[in-house]
Design a protein around this ligand. Structure first.
Ligand code: 2M8
Length: 483
């Protein structure tokens, strides 16, 4: 008989927290996932559904990997940067040449980066996609550095990655400032990482779907009821083909889909603050990045804050309106330290109000539970995800909401372990959905299992975890990893 989380709720409506005694088992389980998904130079999000390297996944993965091997965490980020384009963009997928084309759609022969993206600066190899994902990388690089500053200095890690990460942010703040208001725009629903969020429905309705000449590989591994629809895919393909036809040149592409997403831009703020720390650490002037973070924070509030709704919303640049949709991306600016106090208060009220209080998980649903588009199982239209919960937890700590952060932390850890590190969770039943042994779920649970949380998100300091070196772990190479 199936037991739902509703059977083991606390009187407050939250699942019972995992007993501390389980934590070592959880850490070992998370480590196994990360080791099992390691390909030799980077980590796949999932062996079945996502057999290449994804951009923001790798940043989250590096944040967890630093507790196992700082060297491997550095390698995760640097292998992603090997796919960076000369115009600064970090592509959302770096393809593994050993994986057959049929294993994932769209594959390298669709994007044709080295040929179609040549003028925009795509590398001759590896093959990559032509779009981007949220900029979590600078924060990840700084946290990886802080995990072992001596090892980082010995390998010249920061000095190598800082110019590349700066070029990445420069790309976003220049070529992608399509609205002229100082924020970065996304030009495809895959770019904010929340593929089929209802936030894109209205903008996508303007896009003529591509004719059905492609074969989706995701349905070989995922339940069609969980995944985006064929109609969504037709539109994703149309937008990506138009970008490719314009040589992935943002000035030449008349982007039919262009929005300023609050989560994407909030992460850019934390990234700029991380670049400032890195530059200062290397004896360079970090002030430029601190100023950019302040400007971005102002832009975020001026352009995307909806005071009546108590949440940030995406701005559709095609008709310059705020999108009438309430989703988890609108809560992510909590990670921004310089947010006005009344905005922080309103956001935390929204987080704890009826729209996001998931009855069975204690995580944060991706979509307003009370809204018409809520769907408990379909990908980014309702399910609760671990990376967004990790970001909200970090945001709560950033603003001194420590008790609330703790309850979210406990929920992440408990749900990750209980669901076998699921890709996402049905917020109404607590059932794990999507892929299992999912890398960022394991990495971020591992991160939150570390107890020494520092209130300043750019100062967190973590050492590799000796508890993970137990003989039953398949870490035959742990010693080699930490050399
Ligand atoms: C999902 O997106 C990919 C396309 O990039 C897909 O659906 O095939 C999203 O959840 C995205 O945020 C994530 O980075 C990616 C890999 O985990 O999967």
């Amino acid at each position: 008989m199936k037991t739902t989380l509703l059977d083991r709720q606390t009187p407050l409506g939250r699942p019972a927290p995992t007993a501390p005694a389980d934590h070592l088992t959880l850490r070992r389980g998370a480590a196994r996932v990360l080791l099992g998904n390691w390909t030799g130079a980077s980590t796949v999000p999932s062996r079945t559904l996502y057999p290449h390297q994804w951009s923001w996944d790798s940043a989250f993965i590096a944040i967890g990997l630093r507790h196992l091997s700082v060297r491997r965490a550095q390698q995760e980020l640097e292998s992603l940067l090997a796919g960076q384009w000369a115009d600064g963009r970090i592509p959302h997928i770096v393809f593994n040449p050993d994986v057959p084309y049929g294993a994932y759609f769209p594959s390298p022969d669709f994007w044709q980066s080295s040929r179609a993206g040549h003028a925009a600066g795509a590398p001759a190899a590896p093959e990559t996609s032509g779009i981007v994902q949220p900029p979590v990388h600078a924060l990840a690089a700084w946290l990886v550095h802080r995990a072992d500053p001596e090892e980082s200095a010995r390998r010249g890690f920061l000095a190598r990655v800082l110019p590349r990460l700066t070029a990445w942010h420069d790309y976003l703040l220049t070529r992608r400032d399509l609205g002229g208001g100082g924020l970065a725009a996304v030009v495809h629903p895959w770019e904010p990482g929340m593929d089929n969020s209802p936030a894109w429905d209205r903008a996508l309705a303007r896009v003529e779907p591509a004719a059905d000449t492609f074969r989706r590989a995701d349905l070989d591994h995922g339940d069609p009821a969980d995944r985006p629809t064929d109609l969504d895919y037709g539109r994703y393909v149309r937008l990506a083909s138009a970008y490719r036809a314009a040589g992935y040149d943002d000035r030449a592409t008349g982007h039919a889909f262009a929005l300023e997403d609050p989560g994407f831009n909030a992460l850019l703020v934390t990234g700029e603050l991380a670049l400032a720390r890195m530059a200062d650490h290397l004896g360079q002037d970090g002030a430029r990045h601190t100023e950019r973070a302040a400007e971005l924070t102002r832009g975020l509030v001026d352009r995307l804050w909806d005071d009546d709704a108590g949440i940030f919303r995406a701005r559709d640049l095609v008709d310059d309106t705020l999108v009438d949709h309430t989703g988890v991306s609108g809560l992510l600016p909590l990670v921004v330290p310089g947010l006005p106090a009344d905005v922080v208060r309103a956001l935390t009220d929204t987080l704890d109000g009826p729209r996001f209080r998931a009855p069975a998980t204690g995580l944060v649903p991706s979509n307003d539970l009370t809204g018409p588009s809520f769907d408990a199982t379909r990908y980014w239209r309702g399910p609760a995800w671990f990376n967004t919960a990790w970001l909200v937890e970090r945001g709560l700590r950033t603003h001194g909401r420590d008790a609330r952060a703790r309850s979210l932390r406990e929920a992440v850890v408990a749900e990750a372990g209980r669901t076998g590190f699921a890709e996402y969770v049905d917020p109404l039943t607590g059932e794990g959905r999507g892929a299992r042994q999912f890398s960022w779920t394991a990495a971020l649970a591992l991160d939150l299992l570390h107890t020494d949380h520092d209130p300043d998100p750019t100062q967190a300091d973590h050492a590799p975890d000796p508890a993970l070196t137990g003989p039953d772990l398949p870490l035959t190479d742990l010693e080699e990893l930490s050399r």
